[in-house]
Write a protein that binds this ligand. Structure first.
Ligand code: MCA
Ligand code: AMP
Length: 515
């Protein structure tokens, strides 16, 4: 049987291909709003055209197709086209700047790059210099050369046969050493996870998903889109998140997925109440810790208990609070149970499995676990135990009933508004600035983003540094969500007797900054 993920998603489409699959809920920036309706047949035919274009280009097997565009339904269709053509989809956050893009393109060597028309000038230059043969453009308003070039191709296409362990996507995820690694996900990883979630979260006929997340990360691209597509469920599609507008569409929807910031922002709206959510069946949160205050406030205001789950780029989803009462209660502050078929364990520093109730490093095994880091066999080996479990870098505890709670991270990582920021990467960029001796980057509590990035910078002897100009230099070099919200120029960093920077002291010193 063809294990191509598209074949399985396509099998989930409803029999009536003229039914609406996606309805847009906002307009491209600066344009008047008129909803666009895409039927299931449209998704199939439009992805066939792009898949035929990719085949016409006679790309080497398993070519990487790197995509950095603004969110649109055509972007989703492009993803489906890459799947069905058997190539490898490589989504890139649209906040990434030139140096970041240069690294990804150099590392992944994509045969095709698709970018926003506004970025064609600089991205095509980078891509052609790195050996990419084809650069297409795709605007959020359906403009650009990708659709123009695909238009003459047939809207019928035979899905390329793929095995479960063939590569479907590469997702770059930063590392503690500062350099991003490409997590290789297979058709089997993605399909097995989507099928498990379909059952575990009780997807059913008549479900309608509000899709308000970006589609360049696991949460929006895989968890949300796959859920709806596999179940043949309509999506109400926001190209950017707007809390008021999201609440206004809940009367037509049953499922919502978001990072905690999305929930916090909706709680700030007076229109959020029980009546607005009366048709909703399920609210899901993940990608960052959901504060118990948010969990509680949501329950009080809407009558709904948010279901929190836990995932990673390398493993897709690994644990979830239950949907069905028979599987247990949804508990705030916990990430629930290992998903069916997924193994989760906690081990101490010596490698011994922790007894229930004791804290250790979370490890995972199962059909959801990725195939390794792209062209980094050493890194891959380092992240797996000798008996084949993947080390998440998260620290947690499993209770007697099997429920997992994340209590911290052994990796130096900040999660801001659901985006990951690795301090080592930011420190590297700051340290390269002239006049900088050293720096330390930490995350501190932030009411909107959960954690905010803060940098402490030390000048070289005789140099004068200015916090604002450090911030503006960073804005030109790294994605905006990684840029510290505040920079402090100090005379020294706190260090312990071994000379190691005591980041905990910096966190304590600045923890009230955004209170
Ligand atoms: C935007 N800004 C941010 C963030 N987003 N700063 C810190 N953290 C952020 N996440 C800054 C911009 O730099 C800008 O600053 C200012 O906020 C306004 O930017 P804007 O684009 O208007 O922001 P927004 O549209 O309000 O975006 C906020 C957001 C967005 C909606 C919360 O960050 C978002 O969509 N987050 C979801 C991320 C996500 O999908 N994560 C899933 C990863 P300035 O004005 O100074 O330029 S998948 C994953 O983690 C795993 C696998 C899992 O379990 O799911
Ligand atoms: P990423 O590198 O984007 O795949 O992010 C994965 C990381 O996000 C995990 O290793 C966790 O640290 C974090 N994460 C995801 N979901 C949750 C959650 N529900 N609670 C706490 N942390 C989470």
């Amino acid at each position: 049987m063809n294990q191509n993920l598209y074949a399985a998603l396509r099998a989930g489409f409803p029999a009536d291909l003229d039914a609406v699959a996606v309805e847009t809920a906002d307009a491209p920036a600066g344009q008047p709003f008129a909803p666009l309706l895409y039927t299931w047949g449209d998704l199939d035919r439009a992805s066939a055209r792009i898949a035929n274009l990719l085949e016409f280009l006679e790309l080497p097997a398993q070519s990487r197709i790197a995509v950095q565009v603004d969110k649109s339904v055509e972007n989703l269709i492009l993803y489906l086209a890459v799947l069905r053509s058997g190539h490898v989809y490589l989504p890139l956050n649209n906040a990434y700047q030139a140096a970041e893009i240069e690294y990804f393109i150099g590392n992944a060597e994509p045969a095709v790059v698709v970018c926003s028309p506004k970025n064609f000038g600089w991205i095509s230059k980078v891509a052609f210099l790195k050996g990419t043969q084809h650069v297409f453009t795709l605007g959020e308003d359906r403009s650009g050369t990708l659709l123009e070039r695909a238009a003459p191709h047939s809207d019928e296409h035979t899905v390329a046969p793929r095995a479960a362990d063939d590569l479907a996507a590469i997702l770059y995820t930063s590392g503690t050493t500062g350099r991003s690694k490409g997590a290789m996900l297979t058709h089997g990883n993605l399909l097995s996870n989507a099928q498990v979630l379909q059952r575990y979260w009780g997807w059913k006929a008549g479900d309608v998903l509000i899709h308000a997340l970006p589609i360049f990360h696991v949460h929006g691209l895989f968890v949300a889109s796959h859920g709806a597509l596999l179940n043949g469920s309509k999506m109400i599609w926001f190209s950017r998140y707007e809390p008021k507008a999201t609440i206004a569409r809940m009367a037509e929807a049953t499922v919502f997925m978001g990072v905690p910031t999305l929930y916090v922002r909706m709680l700030g709206e007076s229109s959020l109440n029980r009546a607005a959510c009366s048709k909703m069946r399920l609210f899901i949160s993940g990608s960052a810790p959901l504060l118990t205050e948010t969990f509680q406030a949501w329950k009080e205001r809407t009558g709904h208990t948010i279901l929190e789950r836990y995932g990673m780029s390398e493993t897709v989803m690994l644990t979830s609070n239950p949907y069905h009462p028979k599987d247990g209660e949804r508990k705030g502050g916990t990430v629930g149970f290992a998903l069916p078929g997924v193994g989760v364990r906690v081990r101490d520093d010596q490698g011994a499995e922790c007894p229930r109730g004791e804290i250790g490093g979370i490890e995972v095994k199962g059909p959801n676990v990725f195939a390794g880091y792209w062209r980094m066999p050493e890194k891959t080996r380092e992240e797996f135990t000798s008996d084949g479990w993947f080390k998440t870098g998260d620290v947690g505890v499993i209770d007697k009933t099997g429920r997992v709670t994340i209590v911290g991270r052994s990796k130096d990582l900040i999660i801001s508004g659901g985006y990951n920021v690795y301090p080592a990467e930011i420190e590297g960029v700051i340290n390269d600035m002239s006049g900088v001796a050293e720096s330390a980057v930490v995350g501190v509590p932030h009411p909107d983003f959960g954690e905010a990035v803060v940098a402490v910078v030390i000048a070289q002897p005789g140099a004068t540094l200015n916090a604002d100009s450090i911030i503006s230099t960073l804005k030109a070099r790294i994605a905006n969500f990684k840029v510290p919200k505040r920079v402090f120029v100090q005379s020294e960093l706190p260090r312990n007797a071994m000379g190691k920077v005591q980041k905990n002291l910096l966190r304590e010193a600045h923890q009230g900054l955004f209170a």
